[in-house]
Design a protein. Structure first.
Length: 128
């Protein structure tokens, strides 16, 4: 039996971003929503270019966060268009591009302050 490691909500959100970026997700954002809503403390939003990439990103997050506990729920994995992983304190959303624009969670949560993602995880920065 493995023992679950403790992790803060902020660290969990950053870990979600790290795992998504590891699978070349783009437009990854962490928003601190604790003061705006009781549903979670952080919202992590990412985009994939295809249903297969969306599924791979979601699976990377799920397996990468396994040592820190199981998610409360996962929705949308079979379709791969919009996957939501609920960790209680963190909601992770990964969309195919069209759906991200359509549902516009970025705009809906526009009042939420962004959390900086450590540069070492930003694959787009490393290209140069």
């Amino acid at each position: 039996m493995s023992v679950k490691k403790e992790i803060s909500g902020l660290d969990r959100a950053i870990k979600c971003a790290e795992m998504a970026l590891d699978k070349k997700a783009y437009e990854v954002k962490i928003l601190e929503i604790a003061r705006l809503s009781s549903i979670a403390d952080y919202l992590v939003i990412a985009t994939g270019t295809s249903d297969k990439q969306v599924q791979a990103i979601a699976e990377s997050v799920r397996t990468g966060l396994k040592p820190f506990g199981k998610p409360l729920d996962i929705e949308g994995m079979a379709e791969g268009k919009w996957v939501v992983i609920d960790y209680g304190d963190v909601l992770f959303h990964v969309f195919i591009e069209d759906l991200r624009r359509y549902y516009d969670l970025d705009g809906l949560w526009g009042a939420a302050p962004p959390v900086e993602i450590p540069e070492k995880f930003l694959w787009e920065v490393k290209k140069g």
